[in-house]
Design a protein around this ligand. Structure first.
Ligand SMILES: *[C@@H]1O[C@H](CO)[C@@H](O)[C@H](O)[C@H]1NC(C)=O
Ligand SMILES: *[C@@H]1O[C@H](CO)[C@@H](O)[C@H](O)[C@H]1NC(C)=O
Length: 437
């Protein structure tokens, strides 16, 4: 999907592209002036909320300015570091109206887009340096020269010089930085703060931080509701189902969330939203598929249909226990054993054993809907407030799947199942038998 940085000001269909959501999550970090109110983080939250309020206030006070204000957000992900520049204008209709945020396209200063990101056309749409910031944990010079410097140069080219000093720059670290030790995080953030403090832009130390998975879920929710125009007072907000590579995040407004760790009071543009937000780890597309392969291997090894000494297969089962620590190695092993395993959902390039019913059963086993729960209602083994009366929007991974099957955004789950079954069985000689009827 094109980055379409302008189009996200207009209402969108209810499935939103990954890139748009990523952009909007950055914007949401700005709109979002509250934070998690989990007990141990209360003081930190208060400080952040106060700072963010001051920032938003300062930004919103520019009512009479003819020019838009600019805001810079650096997204420090695991594979790369990206710079997003936004213009921020007062909303029409005066006080309290939702501000108009628009992303500045990378093409606003094409000569300053870091070269690393240029070879592929898709990457060109992002102002990005690689590798991720965690690679610079012991390399202060690289942090400046390779990771952040080029991004700041692009920003200097797109923000008018007279606005540099008033333009705030934020940095939010996600999964790549979360996996560093606390000490490494501190050292790295200190380095980052040094670089941003010396930049031409406005920066305060609290503006560079590492956010939690739950924060990401909440920002995704803010972004979605900003995009759909449902942040206005009196509107019912939409719930967000965000399917990533490794986790599934569920966030929606709920009057009461008895489980504190999933309760978030989020203040957006002055209105408090009580949210339930939960990260279901390992339910992302890649992790779930990996688990299906591991399960099959264990079964097929037990039944003797796969040789125990098949290269990689034995170690892949062992690798299951160490999945967290060895994601990379695990993935390599999986690629190796995929050749050997008989996967009922695959037909292309692997053993032709497609069997839709078996595929469905495998999917159910992977999702493991039978996990007991201490409370009801319950979702994937976790208590969850009732979803009755809520509307949800399925994002990212769901969008990828719908786009793959060329389904319209409002296609039902039943339709998705039908096209899925046909796809699983399409190469089978006896497609009817494969479909199980
Ligand atoms: C959120 O705010 C409501 C209403 O003020 C309060 O009852 C609730 O305990 C708050 N939740 C959290 C997690 O702080
Ligand atoms: C889906 O949306 C299209 C228009 O975008 C509409 O014509 C169609 O009837 C809708 N289908 C369903 C199942 O709601």
């Amino acid at each position: 999907m094109a980055s379409n940085s302008r189009s996200w000001l207009t209402p969108q269909p209810s499935l939103v592209g990954k890139q748009q959501v990523a952009l909007l999550q950055q914007a949401a970090m700005l709109l979002h002036t509250g934070g998690r109110t989990v007990r141990r983080r209360r003081r930190l939250w208060f400080v952040l909320a106060a700072l963010a309020l001051l920032t938003a206030g300062a930004l919103l006070l520019s009512r009479r300015a003819a020019e838009p204000r600019y805001v810079l957000v650096i997204d420090a992900g695991s594979s790369g570091t990206r710079m997003y520049a936004y213009t921020w204008r007062e909303g029409l209709g005066g006080g309290g109206a939702t501000p108009l945020l628009a992303g500045v396209p990378s093409s606003a200063a094409p000569h300053k887009v870091p070269r690393r990101a240029m070879p592929s056309k898709r990457a060109y749409q992002r102002v990005e340096t690689e590798p991720g910031l965690d690679h610079f944990k012991d390399d202060a010079e690289g942090l400046q020269a390779q990771a952040l410097g080029p991004l700041l140069e692009w920003a200097e080219a797109v923000v008018p010089r007279r606005q540099w000093a008033q333009t705030p720059v934020f940095l939010f670290g996600t999964a790549g930085l979360r996996k560093l030790s606390e000490r490494q995080q501190d050292v790295l953030l200190a380095g980052v703060r040094g670089v941003l403090q010396r930049s031409a832009f406005r920066f305060l130390p609290a503006w560079a931080r590492i956010i939690s998975g739950t924060d990401e879920g909440v920002y995704g929710w803010v972004a979605l509701n900003y995009l759909e125009g449902t942040l206005r007072a009196g509107s019912d907000t939409l719930g967000a189902l965000d399917l990533g590579g490794s986790s599934l995040e569920v966030t929606f407004a709920a009057d009461s969330v008895p489980w504190r760790e999933d309760a978030v009071n989020s203040t957006v543009l002055g209105a408090v939203h009580q949210l339930y937000s939960h990260v279901h780890h390992h339910y992302g597309l890649n992790d779930a598929f990996d688990r299906s392969v591991t399960m099959l291997l264990a079964r097929q090894l037990a039944s003797g249909s796969v040789e125990g000494d098949t290269p990689g297969s034995g170690s892949a089962v062992g690798a299951e226990q160490q999945q967290e620590q060895q994601q990379g190695a695990h993935r390599g092993l999986l690629a190796e054993v995929l050749e050997e395993v008989q996967h009922p959902c695959l037909h292309d390039g692997f053993r032709q054993v497609s069997d839709y019913e078996a595929c469905q059963q495998l999917a159910l086993a992977v999702v493991d809907a039978s996990v007991p729960c201490s409370a009801t209602p319950c979702a994937l083994g976790t208590p969850q407030p009732s979803t009755v009366g809520h509307r949800f929007v399925a994002l990212t991974g769901f969008f990828v799947v719908y786009r793959f099957f060329r389904l319209p955004h409002n296609a039902s789950v039943a339709t998705l199942e039908e096209v899925g079954a046909v796809a699983v069985c399409s190469r089978w000689v006896d497609a009817k038998a494969c479909l199980g009827n």
